[in-house]
Design a protein around this ligand. Structure first.
Ligand code: C2E
Ligand code: CA
Ligand code: CA
Length: 553
């Protein structure tokens, strides 16, 4: 924020904003006034005549080159043939003596030149200022207005509850840039911006707030309609140079009417926090409320997490993984939940990213492994031989004792190495490729089963698949969400399945939500499926009933 403008600056700004006719009227009044001043101070011999420069400068600056020249010429005539060298107010007055033409013509020419120079100078200056303002208020790469274009939305508007701020995050922007380049991505943003501008209310301000973020400000408090319109736009692929691309997105909303003493900048931050939360939960949008404040909840959650593990506030749910030929359950994925005494049920997307940033992730994975082994022992006692897979984080892999701990826990339990499977994401492996490849080889040679989780979500291309020593590839949910509508996604899924099979791997399609997607996956020869269509993650107490029904299939 700059300092407050002085009174003179404010006055000049006000004058500059006046209508053209008002400026001409001011000049018309000033001319005779200056004539009177020069006459009353003794005539052209005295230096009061220089006052005329004020009017000429004003005309040139505020009305441009032509008007500067005209007013300069008129000023020259007013103080030329119409003004005597000496007037009765001069102590030396001896009668009217008129100016030699050569002198007043020369002065009139200087006035005209000064007026036009001033006009030219200020026109160039104005153009440069507009250009610089435009450059500063637009993103250099995309040409989309940036956050400096938001200056017309003030804290006062925010306090009066006049607005809603919506943040849109593009989740897969790194992927798009990686695969198709920066230029393509910038065009994609431009396309999206233009669609938003055309579809949303004309009073809406849209700016590009970061490489992968738009901020939308609305001077109303309702927003549902906007969310629907944004989702409608992003439901379809955005076509850039003939390539259709889905932008994955998350939306955060902050209703400013809810805050009393808020600053508008807080509102943008709130919308960002809500969007990040939606991103973590893998949902379309989230409305900000105070409990979402990232830092507050982050520190609180982390400080109580270890106790939560010890007191069994955390528990596991088990999602069946289904054989797509027989439709029988072939494995369970163990997923953690946290029943928080204050915040209620917290999903892993909310706390795992926080826990992963600390050493606590080792305790978490040990806890999950122990509970999964206990469950596996129970299953085997009941006569089921169904493996359970657990999720492993990048930081677990960098813990030098992890392998020995896993090995000794499983050996002690006598359930068999192949009964606990380990899901690792490609981004976790890539974080330390060589070490992790070695670790995975060791696990595999010891009889453990490894699967590559969220395949396709990260950076790797299909060709990279052979680098990973895994038995199972889990295709990311993204593909299942778009497989019906997009021929491109169908081709990718089909190629990934064929390639995985050539490499001797099984494929799990994650996130299957309906019959049609199941049929497509079956048609492509996909081995296994996981998703709400078959079963949501099951509580321990429901596993028995599920398995009994499974047996009868
Ligand atoms: P993930 O490993 O990809 O797990 C699958 C997620 O997709 C689960 O979410 C599951 O409930 C959800 N899901 C399954 N079928 C469908 C479907 O048909 N539609 C949709 N929309 N979602 C479906 P959940 O349980 O919220 O877990 C989210 C993520 O949190 C997991 O993604 C995993 O990365 C992480 N996570 C969960 N439990 C653990 C854990 O014990 N340890 C570690 N390190 N990470 C975990
Ligand atoms: Ca998983
Ligand atoms: Ca997954």
């Amino acid at each position: 924020m700059g300092k407050n403008p002085s009174i003179i600056e404010r006055l000049l700004l006000k004058i500059d904003q006046l209508a053209k006719w008002k400026k001409i009227l001011m000049i018309t009044i000033a001319m005779p006034a200056i004539y009177a001043l020069v006459f009353l101070t003794g005539g052209i011999t005295y230096s009061f005549s220089h006052t005329m420069y004020l009017v000429i400068i004003f005309a040139g600056m505020s009305l441009g080159t032509n008007w500067g020249a005209i007013i300069g010429a008129i000023g020259g005539i007013v103080l030329g043939p119409l003004m005597p060298l000496s007037t009765p107010f001069d102590a030396n007055f001896v009668g009217y003596v008129w100016q030699e033409p050569v002198f007043w013509i020369y002065r009139a020419l200087i006035f005209t030149a000064a007026g036009s120079a001033m006009g030219l100078f200020s026109t160039i200056l104005r153009k440069k200022i507009i250009m610089i303002t435009d450059m500063l208020s637009h993103n250099y790469e995309t040409g989309i207005p940036n956050i400096y274009s938001l200056s017309n939305f003030t804290d006062k508007d925010a306090r009066e509850g006049k607005a809603v701020v919506i943040a849109i995050l593009i989740n897969n922007f790194e992927n798009i840039i990686e695969r198709l380049g920066n230029d393509f991505y910038n065009r994609l943003l431009n396309k999206l911006y233009n669609l938003l501008i055309h579809k949303l209310d004309p009073q809406t301000t849209i700016v590009q707030a970061a490489n992968n973020k738009f901020w939308i400000t609305r001077p109303f408090t309702s927003f549902e309609n906007d969310i629907n319109l944004i989702c409608e736009i992003l439901k379809h692929p955005l076509s850039v140079v003939g390539i259709p691309i889905y932008a994955e997105y998350a939306i955060g909303v902050d209703q400013i009417e809810m805050q009393s003493d808020c600053k508008v900048i807080d509102s943008y931050r709130h919308a960002d926090i809500a969007a990040k939360d939606a991103q973590r939960r893998n949902i379309t949008y989230m409305i900000y409320d105070d409990t979402l404040s990232d830092k507050k909840i982050g520190i609180e959650l982390l400080s109580t997490f270890l106790r939560a593990l010890e007191e069994n506030q955390t528990f596991l749910v088990f999602q069946p993984i289904i054989d797509l030929k027989t439709l029988k359950t072939v494995a369970f994925e163990a997923l953690i939940r946290w029943n928080h005494p204050v915040h209620g049920l917290i999903m892993p997307d909310r706390f795992i990213p926080l826990v992963e940033e600390t050493n606590l992730i080792n305790q978490l994975t040990d806890w999950v492994l122990k509970k999964a082994i206990d469950k596996e022992i129970e299953l085997q006692k009941d006569g089921y031989k169904i493996p359970i897979s657990i999720n492993v984080s990048a930081n677990n892999l960098s813990d030098p004792d992890f392998f020995t701990r896993v090995q000794s826990m499983i050996e002690l339990s006598h359930i068999g190495h192949q009964m606990i499977e380990f899901e690792v994401t490609e981004s976790a492996i890539i974080a330390n490729l060589e070490d992790n490849q070695r670790w995975m080889k060791k696990m595999m040679s010891d009889g453990f089963t490894m699967s590559l989780d969220d395949f396709g979500k990260g950076y790797t291309s299909l060709a990279y698949l052979s680098q990973f020593d895994v038995k199972i590839i889990k295709l990311d949910q993204y593909f299942m969400r778009h497989i019906v509508a997009s021929e491109g996604v169908k081709t990718i899924v089909k190629s990934a399945i064929d390639l995985a099979h050539k490499l001797g791997c099984m494929v799990v399609a994650e996130g299957i939500e309906d019959e049609l997607v199941t049929a497509i996956c079956q048609g492509f020869g996909c081995d296994l499926g996981q998703g709400y269509y078959f079963a949501r993650p099951l509580k321990e107490k429901d596993l028995d009933a599920w398995l009994k029904r499974d047996k009868e299939k």
